[in-house]
Ligand binder design. Structure first.
Ligand code: PLP
Length: 383
């Protein structure tokens, strides 16, 4: 199997992740922070070790501001529903994932909030920032913006959009689902108020683990309430992080696996990972440009910064048909369709049939990209 669906979740997982997940099941099957016995203390130490690794990777101000969630969707919901009050307005980009659009849309349907979609102009950051500026109004409380499109790889000018937000006294939340582990994020330099990450993509952890990094004094309302092992006499959730946002038994196996994933990323280096994956995408873009029936949607990735994700279609063909052919005939796993990002497709004119998406990882080889190219070249409408 040639796995090129790493924007969904990375696969394979590093051996060290598999080992640490197994060890967590074997040795840390206890509830951290809930008991004074040895297994509970060991579990708490393991959790703290990963919290510290996350803090160091993103240069978060303290371990307390590292919140473990079940994924980026959970993190984004926590910020959106934890910040917004009746009457608030939100600005998002035209490349947001449904993990942003749907919670906002629901709040809007309930008459709670309103939101505006700012149009991204790939390759023209001034136009993109101006679209955000135009979308802001006196009620805007939050801007949520993806770092990189999960469909087209477009990198958004998030530092500038964050500065714009702060100039208007607006909070800024970064959706780093596609960038964490691939593009550096340094909270000692970047003023993003909240950063939402998936633990199972570029950080190579198992599925079911995510991160919310808090870089602001704002105390979010918790999305879920329950036991934290702290301040238990209080019928309200604690007013301190991370406990305020971490109710219930933590996902110890996921957290230990994420810790190993982060050590794996540190070992290779984010810059090296980015260079490897983007070189493969540049190569593929170049190869696909020479196939007449292939439709590409972005500028040459050599000319513009992008996240290592590439979308294409074959003329007059459903994207699902192409992905089914690649899987059946060549054992190539890619994703087709809308990738949970209808806004991005509407913007690029691909809402009707979606796209075929290629996303390499550090494990992807030149040979695998070569096989993919041959497979696409050999595609015929009767395949
Ligand atoms: N945001 C973006 C840009 C994504 O690509 C994804 C997942 O593909 C998500 C959010 C949701 O992440 P998760 O699956 O970890 O909840």
């Amino acid at each position: 199997m040639i796995y090129l669906d790493n924007a969904a979740t990375t696969s394979p997982k590093p051996q060290s992740v598999i080992r640490d997940v197994t060890n967590a099941l074997k040795y840390y099957s206890a509830n951290p922070g809930r008991g004074g016995h040895t297994p509970s203390i060991k579990a708490a130490e393991a959790v703290y070790k990963t919290r510290t690794a996350v803090k160091d990777l993103f240069r978060v101000s303290s371990e307390e501001n590292v919140i473990f969630t079940s994924g980026c969707t959970h993190s984004l919901n926590t910020v959106i529903k934890g910040v917004l009050k009746k009457g608030d307005h939100v600005v998002i980009s035209s490349m947001e994932h449904n993990a942003v659009l749907r919670p906002l849309h629901r709040l809007k349907e309930k008459g709670m909030i309103d939101y505006t979609i700012a149009r991204v102009t790939p390759g023209d950051n001034d136009a993109t920032v101006n679209a955000f500026r135009d979308a802001i109004n006196s009620k805007t409380r939050l801007i949520v913006c993806t770092h990189a499109s999960n469909v087209f790889g477009t990198i958004l000018p998030v530092e500038r959009i964050c500065a714009l937000a702060h100039a208007y006294g607006i909070l800024f939340c970064l959706d780093a689902a596609q960038s964490a582990g691939v593009i550096p994020i340094d909270l000692s330099e970047n003023a993003y108020d909240f950063v939402c990450c998936a633990g199972h993509k570029g950080l190579y952890g198992p599925t079911g683990i995510g991160l919310l990094l808090v870089n602001s004094d704002v105390l979010l309302d918790p999305l879920t309430e329950g036991g934290t092992g702290s301040d238990s006499v209080n019928p309200s959730m604690p007013d301190f992080y991370p406990d305020r946002l971490e109710s219930g038994t933590l996902n110890i196996t996921g957290i230990c696996g994420l810790g190993a994933g982060i050590r794996f990323v540190n070992h290779h280096g984010i810059d090296k990972i980015y260079r490897h994956e983007s070189r493969l995408i540049q190569r593929l873009y170049h190869e696909l440009s020479s196939i007449s029936d292939v439709e590409l949607y972005t500028a040459d990735p050599k000319t513009i910064p992008f996240a290592p994700v590439l979308s294409f279609n074959i003329k007059d063909c459903e994207s699902e048909k192409v992905s089914e052919y690649l899987n059946r005939r060549y054992g190539v796993a890619v994703r087709a369709g809308l990738h949970c990002a209808p806004l991005a497709h509407r913007m690029m004119g691909t809402l009707d049939r979606g796209t075929v998406r290629i996303a390499p990882s550090i494990f992807t080889t030149d040979q695998e990209i070569q096989t993919l190219k041959i497979a696409i070249k050999n595609f015929s409408y009767n395949s």
